[in-house]
Design a protein around this ligand. Structure first.
Ligand SMILES: [Zn+2]
Length: 90
């Protein structure tokens, strides 16, 4: 019988780990703007992710020259959990 065993752990060797379909957002602590990162597009990849362990993910409030963004940077804690599903295992 075909099956998937174990849990994804350890450091990936992928320099730029893009995740199409996912985006993350947070409110800028300085100006209140909502900052959205599409994880399928540069530069919002996760570099050399470690599966199943918490890490700091950085946000940056881009300066647009009109006073609506402020250049603030901050980070949030995240964890990348990878699962593999067996669809037709028999
Ligand atoms: Zn801001």
């Amino acid at each position: 019988m075909a099956e998937v065993k174990g849990t994804a752990v350890g450091k990936s060797q992928v320099k730029r780990f893009y995740i199409p379909g996912l985006s993350v957002s947070d409110t800028c602590p300085a100006c209140g703007n909502t900052v959205v990162h599409d994880l399928s597009k540069d530069p919002h990849y996760i570099g050399y992710p470690t599966f199943g362990e918490e890490f700091d993910y950085g946000f940056y409030c881009p300066e647009d020259g009109y006073g609506k963004h402020c250049g603030q940077s901050w980070s949030v804690r995240m964890k990348l959990v990878v699962t593999l599903e067996m669809i037709d295992g028999n």
